[in-house]
Design a protein around this ligand. Structure first.
Ligand code: FAD
Ligand code: PYC
Length: 415
C-alpha cells in the first residue's frame, strides 16, 4: 500500500485548510431529468453517488445540496473511525466501511489522511467491563479485530492519562488497533471530485423543497433552482431526514438533536491514540495540527440549532480534566454543533420507503462518519438492485416489527 511522505501529508492539510481542494468540483446547473437524484452532499450522499457510478455504471446522477459540500455533520464531526459494534449486521457494515477507509486515498486518488492510530473505549464501571468484554467476544466471532486490555496497557498506550481518577478509575478498555481518524472535509471533497469526474452533477445551494409523486411512485423534486425529474430518489440528509420524509408523505422513527465538539489551541504531540470515556461523557484525540479534539454527549432535548447547550461543554471538560489532568492548562479555540439523527435502537436506517423509487439513508446519529464508505457502498446496491445484504436488517419497518438492532453500548456517545 502506498505510504504518504510527511511533506505530502502537510501539503494536503494546507490544501484542505485553504479550500483549494474543494475547487476541483465543477460548478453546474441542474438538467431536466436524472436516473437518480441524491439529496444531501454529506459523506453518505456523496459516497452513495460514487458507488452508483463505480459499482453499477449509473452516472446520470445529481447530488443536490442546500448548503455547501460537507457543511452538515460530515464537516462537523470528530472523525473517529472504528467497527467495534455488538450486533452482526452492524459489525458487517461498519467493518466493511473501516476496511474501505484503509484504501480510500488510493481509490479516490485524494489523500483523506486516514490514520489508523488505534481507538480505546475506556471501561470505568463494572457494567462497562461486562459490556466491552462481551463486544470483544462478539467481534472475534465476526472477524473484527478488537481486544480487551487491562489498565496497565491503557496507561502504556496513553501515558498522559490518570487511570486512578477520583470518581471513576480506569478498569480496562476495548482496544481496536486499526481504528483511528481521517480528515473529514477531504472525505467529502474526495468523493465529490470523483463523482464530478464521472460526469455527475454536484449542485450546491440547491434545497429540495418538495417531492413529486404519481401513482405512488416518485417522479421528481421541487428545488430552490426549479423542478427536476428523476426515476429514483435517495434521501441522505441526516438531521433533516424526517423533514424531507414528511414532504414525500411518510414518517420516520427518528429524533434530531444537537451534538457538539470543541478544539484546543495546538500543542506538541502528546497522545497518539483516540480515547473515548463514555461513563464520564468525554472523548479526545489529537489532530495533525496539534489541537486536542474534544466531544461529549448530545443535548437532552430535540433541536435544530447546530450549536449545543453550554452545560454540556462544562460537563465534558470537567470529565476530561479528571482523566487527563494536563488539559486543565489548555485554552479552547472554538466550539460548534451538528444536528444528529437518532433512532430508538441507535442503529441507522438504509431502506426502501412506502413510496416506490424513494430510498432513505439516515439515523447514523452520533456515529456515522466512520460508516461513510460502507454505507455508500450498500446504499448504492440498494438503489441499483432493489436489495443489498448489508442493508436488509436496517430497513425502516423493523421498528414496527420489533426487530431492533440495539447498539446503545457501541454508540459510544451518551444520548
Ligand atoms: P450530513 O453530513 O449532515 O449531510 C447531510 C446534508 O444534507 C447536509 O449537508 C445538509 O445541508 C443537506 N440537506 C439537508 N436537507 C436538505 C434539503 N432539503 N435539500 C438539500 N440538501 C439538504 N461520527 C463518527 O463516526 N465519528 C465521530 O467521531 C463523530 N463525531 C461527531 C461529532 C459531532 C460534533 C457531530 C455533530 C457528529 C459526529 N459524528 C461522528 C456523526 C457523523 O458526523 C454523522 O453521522 C455523519 O457525518 C452523517 O453524514 P451524512 O452524510 O448522513 O450527513
Ligand atoms: O461514534 O465513535 C463514535 C463517536 C465518537 C465521537 C462521536 N461519535
Amino acid at each position: 500500500m502506498k505510504r504518504y511522505s510527511a511533506f505530502a501529508v502537510a501539503r494536503e492539510a494546507l490544501r484542505n485548510h485553504t479550500g483549494w481542494n474543494r475547487a476541483w468540483v465543477k460548478p453546474t446547473q441542474p438538467k431536466k431529468k436524472y436516473d437518480a437524484i441524491i439529496v444531501g452532499a454529506g459523506g453518505h450522499g456523496l459516497a452513495t453517488a460514487y458507488y452508483l457510478g463505480k459499482n453499477f455504471g449509473i452516472t446520470n446522477v445529481a447530488i443536490l445540496e442546500k448548503g455547501w459540500l460537507g457543511g452538515g455533520n460530515t464537516g462537523r464531526n470528530t472523525t473517529i473511525i472504528r467497527s467495534n459494534y455488538l450486533q452482526d449486521p452492524s459489525a458487517a457494515i461498519y467493518e466493511k466501511s473501516r476496511s474501505l477507509y484503509e484504501t480510500m486515498s488510493q481509490d479516490l486518488n485524494y489523500n483523506v489522511m486516514f490514520s489508523p492510530r488505534g481507538v480505546i473505549m475506556l471501561a470505568q464501571t463494572q457494567a462497562e467491563i461486562r459490556g466491552y468484554k462481551r463486544t470483544a467476544h462478539a467481534n472475534a466471532l465476526q472477524g473484527v479485530t478488537t481486544e480487551w486490555i487491562e489498565p496497565a496497557r491503557v496507561k502504556e498506550l496513553v501515558p498522559i492519562m490518570n487511570i486512578d481518577g477520583p470518581r471513576y478509575p480506569v478498569l480496562g478498555g476495548l482496544w481496536q488497533a486499526r481504528g483511528g481518524t481521517a480528515r473529514h472535509d477531504a472525505v467529502a471533497w474526495g468523493y465529490a471530485r470523483a463523482c464530478s469526474e464521472m460526469g455527475m452533477d454536484v449542485i450546491q445551494q440547491c434545497e429540495v423543497t418538495g417531492v413529486r409523486t404519481s401513482a405512488g411512485k416518485v417522479v421528481g423534486v421541487d428545488t430552490s433552482k426549479g423542478p427536476i425529474d428523476c426515476d429514483k430518489l435517495g434521501m441522505v440528509v441526516a438531521g433533516h431526514a424526517s423533514v424531507l420524509a414528511e414532504k414525500a408523505g411518510f414518517r420516520l422513527p427518528m429524533e434530531s438533536v444537537s451534538l457538539q465538539a470543541l478544539v484546543s489551541e495546538p500543542i506538541k504531540p502528546c497522545m497518539d491514540v483516540v480515547v473515548m470515556a463514555n461513563t464520564v461523557h468525554g472523548y479526545m484525540s489529537q489532530s495533525d495540527k496539534g489541537e486536542m479534539v474534544i466531544g461529549g454527549g448530545t443535548d437532552g432535548y430535540n433541536n435544530y440549532t447546530q450549536r449545543g447547550s453550554f452545560h454540556h461543554i462544562e460537563e465534558t471538560v470537567r470529565a476530561l480534566v479528571e482523566t487527563f489532568p494536563m488539559i486543565a492548562r489548555l485554552k479552547m479555540l472554538r466550539q460548534w454543533g451538528g444536528i444528529v439523527d437518532v433512532t430508538g435502537d441507535r442503529s441507522p436506517i438504509l431502506s426502501k420507503t412506502p413510496v416506490d423509487g424513494i430510498f432513505v439513508n439516515c439515523g447514523w446519529g452520533t456515529g456515522g462518519f466512520k460508516a461513510i464508505p460502507g454505507s455508500g457502498w450498500a446504499m448504492a446496491e440498494l438503489i441499483a438492485k432493489g436489495q443489498s445484504p448489508l442493508t436488509e436488517e436496517f430497513n425502516m419497518f423493523r421498528f414496527r416489527e420489533g426487530k431492533f438492532i440495539d447498539e446503545s453500548v457501541a454508540a459510544g456517545v451518551a444520548h
